[in-house]
Design a protein. Sequence first.
Length: 379
Amino acid sequence: MKRVVILGAGTGGAMVANRLARHLSTELTNTGIEIALVSDTESHIYQPGLLYVALGLADPDSVFREHKKLLVPGVRLVQDPAVKIDMNQRSILLNSGKMMEFDYLVLATGSHPDLDAIPGFREGAHSFYTFNEAMKTRKDLAEFDKGKLLMIIGVPHKCPVAPVEFMFMFDDLLRKKNRRSDYELMYTYPIGRLHSLQPCSDWAEGAFEKQGIIGETFFNPETIDPKKKIVYTLEGEEVDYDFLVAIPPHRGAPVIRASGLGDPEGWLPTDRATLELQGYRGVYVVGDATNLPISKAGSTAHYESEVVVRNIIRELHGEKPIALYDGKVFCFIEGGLDRAMHIQFDYNNPPKPADPTQMVHWFKMAFNRMYWLSVRGMV
Ligand SMILES: Cc1cc2nc3c(=O)[nH]c(=O)nc-3n(C[C@H](O)[C@H](O)[C@H](O)COP(=O)(O)OP(=O)(O)OC[C@H]3O[C@@H](n4cnc5c(N)ncnc54)[C@H](O)[C@@H]3O)c2cc1C
């Protein structure tokens, strides 16, 4: 019997598990290959939906589906968080005390915002990168009736475009209510441009100017004083706010660090082409958990899952893993409430943002529903 264990049932993990089960369907019953998906939650969350939830544009329940309803036959769901991975024994210690051995392992443990990275964040800031934060923002933003909304960002963070989208969508919401003049909107970014990718930054700069959104670069938040409502930066600035939206810097999953894997921030050293964990045969990484210099995005996890699935199937058949990932990423970017654009890029080709259109916005709306088919490995 050969066992493939996939750790983490988010975007990347669920896609790998379902795609493997689809490709291996007859072999699973005839040759005793087992696919086990280890999860620390009961439900899958569609994280891009949190942007809409925070702005009051989507029903909070719409972003959840139970894992068991998303998995195709042949995937065994193990709802028992992993506590430690032992690469020498090729086994995982689960929270229940059970040990789970693996022949092949896929690490898909994602990334999370470190809510304690910026002192004062918990008392003074709002966010939309976790469900609870998105719900708090949804409630408080509805009551925020005039003043200055300030966005601060720490790097790295997943979905590099979501903070920009938030600004454009909030701006448009205010315009639709004819209330834009009661608000000041200010967006900041830690490096010398408004977005990690230069072409996106160039586009955002022009579009911010057009919408009257202030953009400031080299803005590294150090602390937040929630009583005075001031953000202090490493650059020595003090900026006041009435409503603070913060995207704290992200980290890899605690189990990665607890297992002595990855760098101090919990990112796993990953071969940029084969997606193998460096130094280990038969162990792969997908999604946000890698240390690759590309956007941490669901589409990244999607394209990577196709490569990992091909390589694991080759290995199960006694062949060398030769499928290669080219760094492909695809992102929709909402430029308001009824217009969007899409960008595509890879290791060698930068994105080329175009003007947002209504049609692309409707594609994005359709994708928000199609995501659930994509997780099942159907598109
Ligand atoms: C507000 C927002 C908007 C976004 N918008 C977009 C977008 O428009 N387009 C896009 O492509 N991407 C977007 N993303 C990013 C996208 O959601 C992530 O990049 C994607 O989910 C990464 O997939 P993953 O499988 O690596 O991690 P995740 O989907 O986060 O899954 C990781 C899983 O591992 C589990 N896990 C962790 N530790 C353990 C453990 N010890 N035991 C068991 N399970 C464990 C976690 O609970 C989680 O279920 C957005 C994200 C946010 C927050």
